[in-house]
Design a binder for this molecule. Structure first.
Ligand code: GLC
Length: 736
């Protein structure tokens, strides 16, 4: 039967109660199975956070006991692997993956994740995040592709294509979800789910481009954000959800609210005084599916029956939902089948290792790296809280951080921490590797009662001193680490943050190393033993002293199940790092925002107590070889940039050629430069290649105060080079 006719017939049979239920997404982990069964009988549209037998039972009830027998769809957050299943393949976080600047890695990670999620029967993955992390204090920085709209759009589109494949009815294809629409990461003070004081002009200029690429890539669903724009919550922001997303961008898929945001209109944002108003405004603003606000059901039915809400609004939402269900083929196959036996298979693990390798960023190297085991290294001291803590390495949205029924919290092998990776690399070399914890990442008070990863003796210390824990209590452990390090030839120190310090509502006011980590670093740096610092963290941290006093600095962010192996391979030269920063590092917290594409301005380029430039810039990353750029050309007719890149070192390597565009004079202020293209190029020692990149019109556009997007004729500067820093770029002026 013709799909539209099928849907028309179904809607014509549905009562207003069944339409309201179809718009609801119910969290099984919250309501429990008894209530979930009842919702299935009512004809609920979707569940989230259900796995295994619970999911099978709920689909059976939906298909056999509801009046119209419309199958439900199941959603989950598998945002860097199917992380709520302890046997699944865990990839680097989006931020770490973004450091690879590799669309193939992003696509493969999504393809693997979709296969594993679908093998668990799930239809819908609430991924990718397309928010921009322009203030690293924000707790969800790790979930983003960093600070840049172009990089986020390119990698986000690649993930969407990886999740959805060629046909949503395929066994291993799942619905992707572009989130969170829109401007969510730009909230005042980087406060999660807070108000964002920006204009729609700024939204179109900075935050919309990744969503445009997502829609062009065919993304089936879009999630509206928790926060608000200048006082209007996104949940009821008709201009954003209908005016821009639907009418202008032509999005025809399903919109879904974020978790219980309809209720938040009353309890947090206080723009509604009751569920009737909240439900009516949310439906009217263009939300098709309502996540986790069960009060919506009765309230919206009453709004329709009272005549305050036109039932046609529900019909439109239900049509979007049923259309996506038809595309998934849920009537034919109520649960996804995926690829049996694929969860955690070798091929998937290999993909996670490749992603981890691409994500390693070498930020400083005074020549100490790569280590040569043959060079009189007798002992390596591995120190620090994050050297052997898989929770810190995994980061958010893995089974440590989000409760899903039936999922134990203990890690499942295989995974390789940094300490284990170093032991792998030094096996049968005769090099002695000793480990000392040194100190905790943060004060015990932040631990949510989970001591995993802490040596026995420290756990007891915490428990004995819980009532009066002070950081200084850790001095004995710092001294112990220093004593062990004294006899070492090399110190490898792993610092950063832990899962208590990122994620929703876990924003930070201070980006310095937390707990006693700075004290630990200072003690070790006074030993004057070659010191390699590895940052295993969810975000950039303010580490100027660490950078100054370390002989080498590696940024790994949350590298996933093989993050430790990839860093160890880099340290010992098995891997020539090609990672480039997707986000800038500040000298100090008070310096943020430090994203590279700032407006030109006064401020004289510095604070009285801090430079304006970041500690490390967007696009930065070293290699064990060097690259030279020459012959930059721009063909205005085809908007194609070409530049020659030569490997002038003695090791093969991969360079990430970056292209930026500056609009020299514009009727409204524009950034000093914006990323407009990039390309990874592999070069043997001495080899050179010409790289050509065609630029989109978007690269030359600005958004005028009336919110129109135009290319204003005039002078532009095209940059090509190794990072966003002027000193790393060739440039050519062109007139369009
Ligand atoms: C969360 C997040 C969103 C996630 C959703 C479902 O609060 O904001 O990213 O997909 O709820 O878990």
């Amino acid at each position: 039967m013709d799909q539209n006719k099928f849907i028309d017939d179904l809607i014509s049979q549905m009562t207003v109660e069944e339409k309201a239920a179809q718009m609801l997404q119910v969290p099984v982990s919250v309501v429990g199975m008894d209530a979930a069964r009842e919702w299935a009988r009512k004809g609920v549209g979707s569940f989230l956070n259900a796995l295994g037998s619970e999911m099978e039972e709920l689909q059976k009830v939906s298909c056999e006991e509801s009046r119209l027998k419309v199958p439900v769809i199941f959603g989950i957050d598998a945002v860097h692997g199917h992380g709520l299943n302890r046997k699944a393949t865990i990839f680097p976080s989006q931020l770490a993956m973004a450091a690879s600047w590799n669309k193939d890695i992003a696509h493969k990670a999504a393809e693997v994740t979709a296969t594993e999620v679908a093998t668990d029967g799930i239809h819908w993955n609430f991924s990718p995040v397309l928010c921009l992390a322009r203030d690293p204090r924000w707790g969800r920085t790790d979930e983003t592709f960093g600070e840049d709209k172009y990089l986020a759009g390119e990698l986000g589109a690649a993930m969407i294509e990886g999740y959805q494949g060629d046909d949503l009815s395929d066994d291993t294809s799942v619905l992707a979800c572009a989130k969170h629409f829109i401007g969510y990461g730009e909230a005042t003070g980087a406060r999660d789910s807070y108000d964002t004081e920006i204009t729609f002009r700024k939204i179109r200029d900075e935050f919309l481009p990744p969503f445009r690429k997502a829609i062009d890539a065919g993304c089936a669903t879009v999630m509206s954000a928790y926060g608000s724009i200048d006082g209007t919550p996104l949940t009821v922001n008709k201009k954003a959800l209908r005016g821009i997303l639907r009418d202008e961008m032509g999005f025809d898929g399903v919109t879904v609210t974020d978790w219980d945001t309809v209720n938040a209109l009353i309890t947090r944002q206080r723009v509604c005084g009751n569920h009737g108003d909240a439900s009516r405004l949310a439906a009217d603003a263009g939300n098709d599916m309502i996540m986790c606000t069960m009060e919506y059901y009765d309230a919206v039915i009453e709004e329709v029956k009272s005549g305050r809400l036109d039932e046609a609004v529900l019909d439109e939402a239900v049509r979007h939902i049923l259309t996506v269900k038809c595309r998934l083929g849920v009537w034919e196959k109520p649960l996804k089948t995926g690829k049996p036996g694929s969860i955690g298979c070798d091929e998937h693990h290999e993909a996670a290792l490749e992603a981890a390798r691409g994500s390693v960023v070498l930020l400083k190297n005074d020549g100490i790296l790569p280590l040569d085991p043959g060079k009189k290294i007798r002992k390596i001291a591995v120190i620090g809280p994050n050297a052997d803590d898989i929770r810190a390495q995994y980061g958010d949205w893995t089974y440590f951080t989000h409760p899903v029924p039936g999922i134990e919290k203990e890690p499942e092998r295989p995974y390789v921490t940094l300490l284990e990776g170093i032991r792998e690399q030094t096996e049968s070399t005769g090099i002695k590797v000793e480990y000392s914890y040194g100190c905790s990442v943060n004060r015990m008070g932040y631990y949510k009662g989970n001591f995993a990863g802490i040596p026995e003796f420290m756990e007891q210390c915490y428990k004995d001193n819980a009532h009066r824990y002070d950081s200084y209590k850790e001095m004995p452990y710092i001294n112990e680490a220093a004593a062990m390090a004294r006899s070492a030839d090399i110190i490898i120190l792993a610092l950063g943050d832990n899962y208590n310090q990122h994620g929703e509502y876990n924003d930070r006011a201070d980006l310095r190393l937390s707990g006693m980590q700075e004290a630990l670093f200072r003690v070790l740096s006074t030993l004057h033993i070659p010191l390699i610092t590895v940052l295993i963290s969810s975000k950039p941290l303010a580490i100027p002293e660490v950078v100054k006093k370390s002989d080498a600095v590696i940024c790994a962010f949350n590298g996933g199940m093989y993050g430790g192996r990839a860093v160890a391979e880099t340290i010992f030269g098995k891997l020539n790092p090609s990672g480039r920063l997707p986000i800038s590092f500040p000298y100090t917290t008070g310096q943020v925002p430090v994203y590279y594409n700032q407006f030109p301005g006064w401020h004289e380029g510095r604070y009285v107590d801090c430079p304006e430039k970041p500690l490390f810039a967007f696009g930065e990353g070293l290699s064990y070889t060097w690259y030279e750029y020459s012959d930059l050309k721009f063909d205005a007719a085809s908007k194609t940039v070409s530049v020659n890149v030569k490997n002038t070192g003695d090791k093969a390597g991969t360079e990430v050629v970056q292209i930026y565009v500056e609009d020299v004079v514009s009727s409204v202020m524009t950034a000093v430069k914006n990323l407009a293209g990039f390309s990874r190029v592999e070069l043997q020692p001495g080899e050179s290649k010409e790289v050509s990149i065609r630029l989109d019109d978007e690269a030359f556009m600005i958004t005028r105060p009336d919110e129109t997007r135009v290319i204003e004729p005039g002078e532009f500067v095209i940059y090509a080079g190794h990072s966003s820093k002027d000193e790393d770029l060739l440039k050519v002026s062109v007139t369009l």
